[in-house]
Design a protein around this ligand. Structure first.
Ligand SMILES: [Zn+2]
Length: 395
């Protein structure tokens, strides 16, 4: 690079793409528990090794509560506006707001969703749709196809793409959760997706074989796991790991010369924290960490890409405690202490003590690398994510 060219870019590579990773429900306690379990006392997670870090506050603008849900939190990221819980990129007066997912598309970039939740769940939905109620997942799917048109959509939630009575690739009322069944009210949206040019896949081998273009992969009826208490039907065994979905999305989206926006999410952290299921939270954290490694490897060879890793809010109010401290200071039933869990490379152990089966208001850590990553230093409201990402996604 000549000196002149470097000057034109302020000495930095031109910012083109964003990978935004959400550990749903993930706060500092989740990251520390995973660090101890996976890397030990002197170890460091890939997600914590990015060069810039800060904190985000998460409170919503909701007349009834000070603690956010995933819908209001993702709306803050995607639109820069605080709103009420349950809102998908509409303001407190239910007026639709411009979303970064749509704006990135208008700026010529490819866009994508990867999640172990329903692809139409609140966190991905806020980037690519607007509804007054997060429960309208079939309408969110319709908006993906007809309005925001993400190029890659990978995750769970087939039930919302098909009308009742049309089971699809994943049977209605399976043994592991008899409440799961197709329930869409917008027609056969999978047929509509295929007509619109999407390659549709439902298994790991089909995903691997899919080549280029627009890609829709639905790998479960609802979430790609079963969130339950320990030993009561809790399952984390997605048919495609989060890391593999992330890898496929990146290899597909990177072909756009204008860059891309990719939203990646591990939903199990939140759902199993609601169940105060420490073992499955650690499993979900391990799967998120693998996806982070895929993203880190990508940005290592693509310095034009901003990588951001955070959580939308805390879930569970967990603390990481010494295993020698056997008193269960808070709660009973599902909120009693989990563990002890082994610390990697150490004879010591830790426990996870829960205070709630709901969300809490503590700040979440944010780590970042690449263009504009230094902006995430310090403490900011979660709407600040929109301010930084806009610099890359809306020009
Ligand atoms: Zn939650």
């Amino acid at each position: 690079m000549t000196v002149g060219a470097a000057d034109a870019n302020g000495g930095r590579p031109k910012a083109k793409s964003v990978i935004f990773i959400n550990g749903d429900g993930m706060s500092a306690a989740h990251r520390e528990a995973a660090r101890l379990a996976m890397t030990g006392l002197d170890g460091r997670l890939a997600m914590d090794s990015l060069p810039y870090s800060g904190q985000l506050s998460t409170s919503p603008h909701d007349p009834k509560t000070a603690i956010t849900d995933s819908a209001a939190a993702a709306t803050a990221w995607a639109t820069g506006h605080k709103t009420y819980n349950g809102a998908i990129s509409v303001d407190v007066n239910k007026k639709p707001l411009a979303t970064l997912g749509e704006q990135a598309k208008k700026a010529g970039k490819a866009t994508g969703i990867v999640t172990t939740a329903q692809v139409t769940d609140a966190s991905p939905a806020a980037w690519f749709s607007q509804t007054v109620d997060r429960g309208q997942q079939d309408d969110i799917a319709r908006q993906y196809l007809e309005v925001s048109k993400p190029d890659v959509i990978l995750g769970g939630g087939e039930d919302w793409w098909l009308p009742a009575g049309t089971p699809g690739a994943f049977p209605d009322k399976p043994a592991e959760d008899p409440t799961e069944a197709s329930k869409g009210t917008k027609g056969d949206l999978i047929a509509q997706a295929k007509k619109s040019g999407y390659t549709y896949v439902t298994s790991a081998s089909q995903l691997k074989a899919a080549k280029g273009g627009k890609l829709l992969g639905l790998f479960s009826n609802e979430e790609m796991f079963q969130q339950r208490e320990e030993g009561k039907g809790d399952i984390y065994r997605p048919v495609v790991p989060l890391a593999d979905m992330t890898s496929k999305a990146l290899s597909t989206l990177k072909t756009d010369k204008d860059g891309f926006f990719l939203f990646v999410e591990e939903e199990g952290i939140d759902e199993f924290s609601h169940e105060n299921n420490g073992e499955k939270v650690l499993k979900s954290m391990a799967e998120l960490e693998k996806a982070v490694k895929v993203a880190k490897a990508y940005v290592a060879s693509h310095p034009d890409t901003l990588l951001v890793i955070t959580g939308d809010h805390d879930c569970g109010g967990a603390t990481v405690e010494a295993a020698e401290d056997t008193a269960d200071e808070s709660g009973d039933g599902i909120s009693k202490e989990d563990g002890p869990f082994a610390i990697a490379n150490s004879p010591l152990k830790f426990t996870i003590d829960w205070t709630t089966s709901g969300h809490t208001g503590v700040n979440v850590p944010v780590t970042a690398s690449g263009p504009y990553a230094s902006s995430f230093t310090g403490e900011h409201a979660n709407t600040y994510v929109h301010e930084v990402l806009s610099k890359i996604l809306t020009k």
